[in-house]
Ligand binder design. Structure first.
Ligand SMILES: Cc1cc2nc3c(=O)[nH]c(=O)nc-3n(C[C@H](O)[C@H](O)[C@H](O)COP(=O)(O)OP(=O)(O)OC[C@H]3O[C@@H](n4cnc5c(N)ncnc54)[C@H](O)[C@@H]3O)c2cc1C
Length: 342
């Protein structure tokens, strides 16, 4: 059976896997590798070390569906809504810009539940802590090396990580990228920011009238959300969780600082915005070096094919835009590129 490797267990990778399983004309062995210890990528949901039911979305917060994509990607929305994986956002997010015709959704079980749904649908073999380092051509197959363990061979490889991480890969892949492709890949840029998740004991009251708030007057903090309130799953048995996103200038300025120092700085500023917050029982600070795409690869909408025989293709929000619909668009383009080979 032909072996297909998808690098990245984020939204694009999981969608590629699910679409390949559905659309392939013959059985394929699908593998998804991710360097992280869990699925989700930038749609990650962290759990409290004291209570795994207390969770917080550290990356994507809610899904905005425009009227254009409500039609174009209707089957994706219908399926997730029918399964209760997405629910309408009904809580108040102060300062959120809502355009005419837009609908907003949250994932009650955490945004990573969307990714997990597609991974499950795909039936792929999912391997975490597999950091791909090299891709080489061997006997008309791709030999993929990782930080630990032996290299493995695949007939088809799909890369879905942020573009700067594609450019870091060593081996034959580095020479296969044409000059014009390299120039496009190097032009892709991302913002950087930090996210801080705070977990509280059951029964803790956080007395604010909103579930989320965009902050415009603080140099460090851009967004705060009472995450369980945002997802409309408040309960007396599970403690509340908070997520704080920093501004991009703060993220860029502190990119190489230690996580502990950055966490302290965020806490200091949080005290100015929400004075007297109780002590959290656990915290999780996440650096998003590649947060949201600020400039996509304009000449390669949705995907870039690096090699045809054997097939090597890249996708992800670097080829579209940083949101749910951007990832669907990319996954559909990857599928289209692969269609005649599967
Ligand atoms: C702070 C923040 C807020 C956001 N808010 C929203 C929002 O509200 N709504 C919205 O729709 N979108 C939002 N986004 C954007 C959205 O999260 C992304 O567009 C989307 O998750 C990108 O998915 P992806 O699969 O393309 O990439 P990723 O999620 O980045 O997945 C790529 C995966 O590849 C893995 N990887 C990288 N290099 C390697 C390697 N060498 N070997 C193996 N694995 C590797 C990574 O670990 C990662 O899991 C936000 C993003 C951030 C960071």
């Amino acid at each position: 059976m032909e072996r297909v490797l998808i690098v990245g267990a984020g939204l694009t990778g999981s969608l590629c896997a699910a679409l390949l399983r559905k659309e392939a004309s013959r059985p394929l062995h699908l593998a998804v590798w991710d360097k992280a210890g869990d699925s989700g990528g930038r749609m990650t949901t962290a759990g409290s070390p004291y209570n795994p039911q207390s969770t917080v979305d550290l990356g994507a917060q809610y899904i905005t569906c425009t009227s254009h994509y409500a039609k174009k990607h209707q089957s994706f929305y219908d399926e997730l809504l029918a399964r209760g994986i997405l629910k309408p956002l009904i809580s108040c997010i102060e300062g959120m810009v809502i355009k005419d015709g837009d609908c907003n959704f949250v994932a009650p079980q955490g945004v990573s539940s969307i990714v997990n749904h597609y991974l499950k649908e795909s039936g792929a073999e999912i391997c975490f802590r597999q950091h791909v380092t090299q891709i080489n051509l061997r006997n008309d197959k791709w030999e993929v090396s990782k930080e630990t363990g032996s290299p493995e061979q695949f007939e088809i490889v799909v890369l879905t990580m942020p573009v700067p991480q594609i450019l870091q890969l060593q081996g034959d892949i580095a020479n296969l990228i044409s000059e014009s492709q390299r120039q496009q890949l190097e032009s892709v840029s991302y913002s950087s920011r930090y996210a801080l998740g705070l977990f509280y004991e059951a029964g803790t009251k956080i007395d604010v009238p909103w579930a989320g708030q965009y902050i415009t007057s603080n140099p460090c903090i851009r967004f705060i959300s009472i995450d369980n309130k945002k997802r409309n799953i408040e309960s007396s048995e599970i403690g509340p969780s908070l997520v704080i996103h920093t501004t991009v200038p703060f993220g860029v300025a502190h990119l190489e600082q230690s996580i502990e120092d950055v966490q302290k700085l965020i806490f200091q500023q949080l005290e100015n915005i929400l004075p007297g917050l109780p002590q959290p029982v656990a915290t999780k600070c996440q650096k998003w070096r590649h947060s949201q795409v600020t400039k996509a690869a304009a000449n390669y909408p949705g995907q870039m094919t690096l090699h045809r025989k054997p097939f090597l293709v890249c996708g992800g929000d670097g080829f579209t835009q940083s949101n749910f619909d951007g990832c669907i668009t990319s996954a559909l383009r990857v599928l289209e590129a692969l269609k005649s080979h599967i």
